[in-house]
Design a protein. Sequence first.
Length: 161
Amino acid sequence: MRLRPSMRENFRYILIEIVPEISCESRDIYRATAESVTSLYGDSIASLMWPSVMQVAGSYAIIRCRRGMEKKLETALAAINTIQGTPAAVHSLKTSGTIKTLQESIPKERGFRQGRVVIAGKTYDAVISRRGRIDLKEKGIYLDIPRYITEEDTEDLNYDE
């Protein structure tokens, strides 16, 4: 039997961006979210919040929670510093009552270009945004290691594409 709309549980959906863009699945985002919520608020608030990852699209994801708990969830999302063992930050972009509204807010085309950067004789894979932000990844034995540079470092860059 289907419940009437006035009897249903009300949810809010939060659009998040994961920076830097890493390849991860919804369960990885859920684990990081659940760990952050329980460490900040405890199990009782986490059980009242019902956080759930509804959709993942590249570096964007939509997370569902109960209405009235969205501010606490946004706070917990801001406290995330690793996803799947990789350093990452989570930014809350928009909150809505429907998934469709948030899907329309996801940018269609990212303004990134891939390239290689040489700094002090070492070669790094680089992702260069239209705004000029540069994310470097150094190939390690087991995985890519993210590196960050400052404005002073950009003067000495040699771009190879």
